[in-house]
Each structure stands twice: as structure tokens, then as C-alpha cells.
Design a protein around this ligand. Sequence first.
Ligand code: GDP
Length: 445
Amino acid sequence: MFDALTDRLTSVFDGLTGRGALSEKDVSAAMREIRVALLEADVALPVVKDFIAKVKKEAVGEAVIKSITPGQMIIKIVHDALVEMLGGEDSDPSLRIDSPPSVIMMAGLQGSGKTTTTGKLAKRLKEKDRKKVLLASLDTRRPAAMDQLAVLAGQVGVESLPIIKGQLATDIAKRALQAAKLQGFDVVILDTAGRTTLDEQMMAEAEEVAKIANPSETLLVADALTGQDAVETAKRFNERLPLTGLVLTRMDGDGRGGAALSMRAVTGLPIKFLGVGEKLDGLDVFAAKRVAGRILGRGDIVSLVEKAGEQMDAEKAERLAKKMSKGQFDLDDFAEQLRQLQKMGGLGGIMGMMPGAKKAKQAMAGANMDDKVIKRQEAIISSMTKKERAKPALLNASRRRRIAAGAGVHVSEVNKVLKMHQQMATMMKKMGKGGMKGMMNALGG
Ligand code: GDP
């Protein structure tokens, strides 16, 4: 999986990293190539469009870090966008297990690997989580599928519900729950019936079962090799069943990977596991970062850029601390603080982290510091010359008028920013002396 995509991206990146500087044309050309690479990997078009837009926006806005080439920076940006597309760094793939018996319902088309995955999950729950697991097949129309699950249960060393011929799926579900309660099972996995195509009867039956069994997890098993068909299937299932996650099988196969890449973005459902082989241990926990790393194959560069970024933040903080202690806090520093604020989820977020910050929070709320305001303030500051930013005392009335015109705001807005800067500078000075307590006093007083 992903081999062709990896090759394509590698050649794009090779073209970028060799050089010291990149023109806008270079970046645009690279974006076009990445776009084609993703489309060729069969990623859904809207997902590709979003992805490229995000990468472009980041690439333009990103501050240049010393010791990093622009090409390396772009690899990191592409990496991060890929991680996000796959569900984000802290996507939690663990299964929710409720008080026993906790029910996991498996859904999917016939041949998707549903029964095999049921066996793999049972093995995992038994061996890793030390759970007592009961398997039950609800595939009343295919006796062979029922037998297959019983055989798998035997291989894993877990119990399977005795088969009673002619029983309805809903009745089997009830019987499984009862058996689990009586015999002290922690987890019941219900392997529902699959068809070769979606049909109404199958959906209605699955809906019924979900109502009766009230599963803590309802997982859709989809074959990654079927590409966009798998995505379409997931969409349709998701409309009818309370799905909680996805398992993509045959990730060990020779597919283009588009299904795996679009699935999360299209359905909004987390990918929880990847099937990576026919054997019972062929199940990987899904981790967005790992998959992105595998596709890009540039883990070295990603961690290099991450480290350099941390280094840059540390350097900035140190510079600021030095300036603060000397009572120098110019408008560039102020703008930098505004950017930091935005990064950390606005002022509310930061204030929430500080103890005893209620008063300060109220003061800031009075100043109405939402994101829009912060952006406007940044625009005002960037309409100033370098000299003005370093020496705000230069800003007489005519300069202020010029800046207001440049930022498209009224002069009073410029005055507000200067006043805030002034207050913050005073506050920083006190903070330089009295630490956090000094700052709190400055804000509250
Ligand atoms: P079901 O009809 O959805 O229950 O599908 P099965 O579980 O019977 O699987 C169909 C076939 O796919 C079997 O031959 C499995 O061994 C195979 N299979 C299932 N998952 C994987 C996987 O992750 N990788 C590979 N290579 N084969 C798989």
C-alpha cells in the first residue's frame, strides 16, 4: 500500500530539498505535483482540494526557521497536513469497553474481512486487555460463515456462541447478551451478516441488532483494496448505523491507498485498526502519525524541523525575557505575543491555564480580545515601518493616520493598539521584576 504515492512524493521532495531558496513558482509546481500524486493514489477529489489548500496556506504563513531549508519546511507542512487528514495526532484508536458485557458490533460487506477481523480483535482483547471474550455470528443466511467464526474462536482460544439453526439474527444477539451476562464475559463481539452489495434488508437487520445490543463500539470493516468503493460503502453504512469507527483490511495488499487516505475526511469516523494480513496477528492499531511517516518516508526531516521549531520558540522566549528585564518591549514583541496568543487558543485559553487569573480574564474580556480583534491588531502593527515598531514614541498623529489608512481602520483603532502595547509593556516590566505575581497585579490594578 502507498508505494506508488511514496515514490511520487519522494521525487517531489527531492526537487525541493536540494535548494537553498524556493520561489513561489517552485512551490506552486510542487503543489501541483502533490495534487496529481494524491489523485493518482485515488484519494477523493474534495479531500485532495482541502489538503492542497491547507498546505498552501501554511506554506505561505510559516515563519522561516534558521537552519532549516524551505524544502524541509514544506515536507514538514505536508506531513502535518497528512496527519490531520488521517485523523490528527491524538486520534485515539482504543476501543471503548463498557461495564461487562460490553458489545462490539462488526458490520461490513461480505468478503471485506469482517469475520477474520472479528477473530483478530478477539485475540487482541484476550491477550492484550485480558478480557473474557464471546463471539457470535449473526450471519443466518450463510451457515459457512457461522462455522468459520466458530473455527476462528477455537484458534484464538475464546468462546463462541453455540449455533442454533434457523434462529433470527436479533434472537441470536439477545441470546449472546444473555449468555454473556450469565457466564461473566467482558466483551461480546457480534459478527453481523454481510452481503456482496448493500441492500435494504441487510441494513434494516443491522439496525435492529444495534437497537437490541446497544453496542459500545460499532465498527465498519472495509476492504482498502476496493478504493473509492470502500469510501462509498462507509458513507452508506454510516447513514444507517451508529458507527463509531473503521477497520481497513488488506492494507498489506498492493493498493494505491486512496481509500485509507480519504476515509476519515469523508466519513468523519476514526480509523481504529488496519488489517495487514490473513493471519490472526495481522492487525495494527491505527496511528495517523505512523501512517503519514510511512507514506512520506522522511521521518528524519520531520523531527529535524520539529526540533528547530522548538529551538526557535526557546530562543524567542529567551530574547523576550532579556528585553523585558531591561524594560524594552517594542511593537514587534507585542505582535509576536499576539501571534502566540492565537496559537494557544486565544487569551481565554491562556488565562484559563493560570491560577487566580479570574480578574485578569475579566479585564481582557473587557478589552474584547477575540481572534478577529487580534488579527486586526496584527494588521495595524504590520502597517508600521520597522523603525516605528522598534520605537513607538515616533508615532505622532500623522504617522498614526498613515498607519490607519494602511490597515484600513480608524485612527482610534491604532491608538487602542498603542495603548494596549503600553499597558502590556508596563506589565512586562513588572513581570520582569515580580514574576507572575507582578503581572497579575499589573493586570488587576
Ligand atoms: P467476510 O466475508 O467479510 O467475513 O470476510 P473474511 O473474514 O471471510 O475474509 C475474506 C478473505 O480475506 C479471507 O481469505 C481472509 O483471509 C482475507 N483477509 C481478511 N483480512 C485480511 C487482511 O488484512 N489482509 C489480507 N491479505 N487478507 C485478509
